[in-house]
Design a protein. Structure first.
Length: 82
């Protein structure tokens, strides 16, 4: 595949795409567990989980965008680069 056919985003989108995917996966798991523990299995859980997930993702995504560069710098000070 030639460069003109490559439909991937340019490297400058690495942080937002990483944050989007990471925050989405984390919040769906955490909100699912929290909602299940709060409501128990059943219809209420299935109705409440998407609302809990979206409301937590709205907070998590921008938080990851701010925090991830800081975490990367801290890790670089602690771990030797390969």
């Amino acid at each position: 595949m030639s460069a003109t056919e490559d439909r991937r985003l340019p490297p400058r989108f690495t942080l937002p795409v990483t944050g989007f995917i990471l925050s989405g996966i984390m919040t769906i798991i955490i909100s699912g567990i929290s909602t299940l523990l709060a409501l128990g299995p059943g219809a209420k859980f299935l109705a409440g989980w998407p609302i809990a997930w979206l409301s937590s993702w709205v907070i998590a995504f921008p938080t990851v965008l701010v925090v991830l560069p800081i975490v990367r710098r801290l890790v670089a000070r602690i771990v030797v680069a390969p």
